[in-house]
Design a protein around this ligand. Structure first.
Ligand SMILES: [Zn+2]
Length: 397
């Protein structure tokens, strides 16, 4: 054992070097890697920030090398590699995991014991200058008369400006602050203003029900109060858990169906091709699902018990649209790859009898560069979709 401390290279630096090294052709990669590892072993040690800054230099360095080597050529090589779709999907997943601290919000959202006893009153939105929201006097009466309430809090998010910047201020009664802190979803705000006796004209109302109390019971109680004043109404009741979990089932089913349809439609003829073909779509869909669950866990709620319009797009449209596009791209890419080695097929060669192409169009053949087979497209193909894969026996290869 020597007396000098053993220097190690930080794992994120190793990862960065490994990924950057992938850009380089194999002939250059080994020397490049050795030089940079040596640099880190001598220079830095535990100083993470400096090491990372230096690692950024490695990216620039590999870029310079790549320009000398010819980056277009290298890019074409990379695109042809059979592992490229899977590697890109894995990188996207790793980046998403890194930037969300390992999908922290999604994990705590999914592991949280669901309680549908915390509800929000869904109040109609003001329309044509008339306020349709529940007046606090009605809430106060309900609170006095009701047998369903364990705790009740009122809250608002008001837009104010601080040093010229617009900020969202959460103003909430102590009970509302406590209930919102426990709730699976919360309003969007920048600062909390402590107000002990908070009494605006209208507010969001968050309620914790007694065990056994139901939303129909609350509606009946509100119907009784609504008879007393002309502008008093009966609000809807939304368990906060239900608001947050609403997209899970419909979107989840669509995503699973998209993945299944893609996996079923991809044909392969060997185990390595099968693994490469399946890994890409699976990893890609895992990324989309994880990012989407992270968004679900961060869904904000408005005072009227709704989700802001932008979030509907994010929770429903975004995952389905991106997954559909990605799966379509994977299917398209897989259709133009060899079913044995999963390398892209060569460009088309016309087949059919010479001089008869006009009346008896043959079609075209896309060959595998390794000689595993050919994809026949057009009338020459036997099946109805006009695409046929022909595997060649090993003697041809
Ligand atoms: Zn092949």
């Amino acid at each position: 054992m020597s007396g000098t401390p053993v220097r190690t290279v930080a794992p994120e630096v190793r990862l960065l070097l490994a990924i950057t090294g992938l850009l380089l052709p194999r002939s250059l990669r080994r020397d490049w890697m050795r030089e940079w590892m040596a640099e880190f072993l001598q220079g830095f040690g535990a100083e993470r920030k400096r090491a990372l800054a230096r690692a950024a230099g490695a990216i620039a360095d590999s870029w310079t090398l790549l320009q000398i080597h010819g980056w277009r050529q290298r890019l074409a090589e990379l695109a042809r590699s059979r592992a490229t779709p899977a590697v890109f999907s894995a990188l996207a997943l790793a980046t998403a995991a890194w930037s969300t601290h390992g999908f922290q919000s999604a994990r705590s959202f999914l592991s949280r014991p669901a309680s549908d006893r915390v509800v929000l009153l869904m109040q109609p939105i003001p329309f044509m200058g008339k306020s349709a929201r529940l007046p606090l006097a009605q809430i106060a009466l309900w609170r006095r008369e009701s047998s369903a309430i364990e705790a009740l809090g009122v809250w608002n998010v008001e837009r104010e400006s601080s040093q010229g910047r617009p900020i969202r201020v959460l103003k909430a009664s102590p009970a509302a602050r406590r209930l919102l802190a426990e709730s699976p979803i919360r309003p969007q705000y920048d600062v909390v203003q402590m107000e002990e006796d908070y009494a605006p004209r209208f507010a969001g109302v968050i309620v914790k029900l007694r065990p056994g109390a139901t939303s129909s019971q609350i509606e009946a109680e509100f119907s009784a109060t609504a008879k007393l004043q002309k502008n008093w109404r009966v609000p809807g009741v939304a368990p906060l858990v239900a608001v947050a979990e609403a997209p899970l089932l419909p979107v989840g089913i669509v995503l699973a169906a998209l993945l299944l349809a893609t996996l079923v439609s991809i044909r392969t003829a060997s185990a390595p091709a099968f693994l490469c073909a399946m890994a890409g779509p699976c990893l890609c869909l895992a990324t989309i699902t994880a990012v989407w669950l992270e968004a679900v866990a961060r869904t904000p709620v408005t005072e009227t018990g709704q989700v802001p319009l932008f979030w509907y797009a994010l929770l429903y449209f975004f995952p389905i649209a991106t997954a559909a596009l990605a799966m379509w791209l994977f299917r398209r890419s897989a259709a133009h790859r060899c079913r044995t080695c999963f390398q892209p097929l060569l460009s088309a060669v016309l087949v059919g009898m010479e001089g008869r192409c006009l009346f008896e169009p043959g079609g075209s053949e896309h060959l595998c560069a390794e000689g595993h087979g050919a994809l026949v497209v057009g009338h020459a193909a036997q099946n109805e979709s006009d695409k046929e894969w022909i595997s060649w026996s090993h003697t041809w290869a």
